[in-house]
Design a protein around this ligand. Structure first.
Ligand code: NAD
Ligand code: UDP
Length: 313
């Protein structure tokens, strides 16, 4: 089988490419390198089953493939808000292009959707049948609404053109290979702690998030892609929920840093609570996360330690 991974040079995409190659599939990694990096996939370049294509998914592309994982889209708020019009184009035009490709070559396509489709949820934990609470004109809308339309497009291509689709809603995911300047909470707190800088909590730190290790997430995505007669959407995430203040204290404890915790202003529309209900993933895919947050964070801290040292030399 030949498998296309868009956004394959990004954080999650690079692990997905690696896992698919280890299962002896041919992998086409397509990326425009906006937030992705060749460093993430350099170790795959010698593999004769791996191909790299520099391309932007807002332009059509014709490739002969059997499966498409559509991950191309910046995921960190600072990156998706850098050029918000481009972010919306990536989710909408990019998804149309990938669905058009799937329709033409009869490939199965999996969309990397997000917990952000629930917006600032009024129910906790979030189940797949919750319609969400999203501001369509705020700073996060380019991402949230873009991903919501991407889900709409997936469902309509499925109903109208019988395209074979899968939708996963990914909750906050972390692990080695996150960029130092990624801007999301896990990398920010760890890098700040390791450098002895202030740990910056936005708001009062009472908002919650639940963190899933990238290896668990990739396992869930592959199970979903290869599950017959189930299109989703399905939540993939770790239900272990922390307030951001608890999380900052956890990073302080695990790194042993002397960094101070400081409070900054809360960005607009920052969701107050987020925790996946993963009953559907458990029942349909036999999937649940295996890596505890403590174990995953220790590994991620070691990765950032090396990364910071390398940068200095
Ligand atoms: P990332 O920014 O590391 O990866 C995204 C990749 O897509 C990068 O390699 C980037 O260069 C590429 N890309 C962006 N726009 C593109 C375009 N127009 N054409 C081609 N390539 C493009 O982010 P990530 O954390 O690996 O996220 C991957 C996917 O998972 C995204 O779709 C994201 O929305 C989704 N997701 C991630 C999380 C998370 O916590 N990491 C949570 C929910 C959803
Ligand atoms: N956050 C924080 N300090 C940081 C980065 C993020 O307090 O340096 C907060 C952010 O306001 C949010 C939570 O941590 O409430 C998760 O933010 P992230 O950008 O990682 O992901 P998302 O908001 O998309 O879930």
């Amino acid at each position: 089988m030949r498998i296309l991974v868009t956004g394959g040079a990004g954080f999650i995409g690079s692990y997905l490419c690696e896992r698919l190659l280890s299962q002896r599939y041919d992998v086409l990694c397509l990326d425009n390198f906006f937030t992705g990096s060749k460093d993430n996939i350099i170790h795959l370049m010698d593999n004769h089953r791996f191909e790299l294509i520099r391309h932007d998914i807002i332009e059509p592309v014709l490739l002969e493939v059997d499966q498409i994982y559509n991950l191309a889209c910046p995921a960190s708020p600072i990156h998706y808000q850098y050029n918000p019009v481009k972010t919306t184009k990536t989710s909408i035009m990019g998804t149309i292009n990938m669905l058009g490709l799937a329709k033409r070559v009869r490939a199965r396509i999996l969309q990397a959707s997000t917990s952000e489709v629930y917006g600032d949820p009024k129910v906790n934990p979030q189940k797949e049948d919750y319609w969400g609470n999203v501001n369509c004109i705020g700073m996060r809308s380019c991402y949230d609404e873009g991903k919501r339309v991407a889900e709409t497009l997936m469902m309509d291509y499925h109903r109208q053109n019988k395209v074979d689709i899968r939708i996963v809603r990914i909750f906050n995911t972390y692990g080695p290979r996150m960029a130092l300047n990624d801007g999301r909470v896990v990398s920010n707190f760890i890098v700040q702690a390791l450098k002895g800088e202030d740990i910056t909590i936005y708001g009062d730190g009472r908002q919650t998030r639940s963190f899933c290790h990238v290896s668990d997430l990739v396992e869930g995505m592959i199970r979903m892609m290869n599950k017959d007669n189930f299109i989703g959407p399905v939540n993939l995430g770790n239900p272990d929920e922390y307030t951001i203040l608890e999380f900052a204290k956890k990073i302080k404890g695990l790194t042993g840093t002397k960094s101070k915790i400081v409070f900054k202003s809360l960005p607009q529309d920052d969701p107050m609570q987020r925790r996946p209900d993963i009953t559907l993933a458990k029942e349909s895919l036999g999937w649940k996360p295996k890596v505890s947050v403590d174990k995953g964070l220790v590994e991620t801290i070691e990765y950032f330690k090396k990364k910071i040292l390398n940068l200095k030399t």
